[in-house]
Structure formats: C-alpha cells, structure tokens
Ligand binder design. Structure first.
Ligand code: CO
Length: 210
C-alpha cells in the first residue's frame, strides 16, 4: 500500500514535468541556468498552504522558506540564511510573510496539552499571546482567539524580518525591498493583505536601525 502510493508520486512527477514541457519545451533548460525570483515567501509548513499554488507561480518565481507557524526568529540561522540569500544575492523585491487562519502551530501554542519538542519552538507564539493578553479578552471562543493570534503573529514576524541586519542594510543602501504581511484562509483558499507593508527603514523604531 505505502509502496504503491510512493510510486504514484513519481508517476505524478513525470506527468507534471511533461505538462510543463508541452507548453514550453525549453522551460527546464532555461531554469537550470539561473533563478530570478521576485518574491520570498515565508509561510507555515502546513500541507494545506502550498506556496506556489496559492499565488499561481511557476518554479523559478518564488523563493520559499516554511516552518511551523511561519516564525522569523532573530537567531534562526536557517531562516536568516534564506532571507540573506534572497535579499543580497537574488535581490528579491518582495518578502511575503504569510500566515493562515486555523494554524495548528498557533493553536498548540495556546493549548494546555503538551506536544513535545515543538512546544519550545512555539514558545515564541505563546510569548506573543502572553504579552498581548488584553487584546484577547473579547474573544468568544478558541477559534476566534486562535485566528486573532494568527493575524497578530504575522504582524510580529513582519516586524522581525524588518529588524534583521539584512533588511536594514538593504534599505540603507537604497535597495528596493517591500515586506508584506498576508494571511490565507484554508476554508476558501483566499489570501488577505493585512496592510502592514514596510519599504523603508524610517517605518521601523529607531532602536532597530543601524
Ligand atoms: Co500553520
């Protein structure tokens, strides 16, 4: 059974590659030479939030980093390396932090059930909830609370991207770079712009500027 399913993935892959080549015979040859994505996507690892598909972009058009709850942690060398390469080398023009409603990571962060190692990663979300506890007092239920925290988490991670030495340096040298906060709804497949775009160091508190 498991073996059969794995085989399906390779069949799917050949079908997919042929589909693309039927529309553009040189597609993969051209891509093999270079990538020039305009966008960096920082999203949740959730299987229901497939970055390229949601925004209808082909291979080569979206540089992607995903982790549980779309976190940008100040000292996470994995995420920082992705941001640095995207900004300094690929020169992407847009960084998109995209959260999603009903995020299991966010829900786990405020639940009382232990989930193992992941609880430590999600402490960043728990901290955010704890620091802003007053903003959740009118939430009618857990779903409401989780979804509000999902939005707040996107805002927090957008700020974290802007505070990195990488983004600060890019803005200092006059490089065009926009950092956006979006949220995706797994119930209808639609994206929402949270309206928190940053494109200049002046929008960031002075203490974070070089
Ligand atoms: Co999630």
């Amino acid at each position: 059974m498991g073996r059969h399913r794995m085989k399906n993935l390779f069949e799917n892959n050949r079908y997919w590659a042929n589909q693309i080549k039927s529309e553009d015979p040189l597609f993969f040859e051209k891509l093999a030479r270079q990538q020039q994505p305009e966008y960096l996507w920082i999203g949740c690892a959730d299987s229901r939030v497939p970055a390229n598909e949601i925004v209808g972009l082909l291979p080569g058009e979206l540089f992607v980093h995903r982790n549980v709850a779309n976190l940008v942690i100040h000292t996470d060398l994995n995420c920082l390396s992705v941001i640095q390469y995207a900004v300094d080398v690929l020169k992407v023009k847009h960084v998109i932090v995209c959260g999603h409603y009903g995020c299991g990571g966010v829900a786990t962060a405020i639940s009382e059930r232990p989930s193992g190692l992941i609880d430590n990663w999600l402490l960043h979300v728990k901290d955010l909830y704890h620091r802003n506890h007053a903003m959740f007092v009118d939430c009618v239920d857990d779903e409401h609370r989780v979804n509000r925290l999902c939005e707040m988490n996107v805002t927090e991670q957008v700020n974290n991207v802007c505070h990195t030495s990488i983004v600060q340096a890019a803005w200092q040298r006059g490089q065009e770079l926009n950092v956006h906060g979006w949220i995706y709804s797994i119930t209808d497949g639609l994206l929402k712009d949270l309206g928190i775009t940053f494109d200049a160091p002046g929008q960031v508190p002075a203490v974070y500027r070089p």
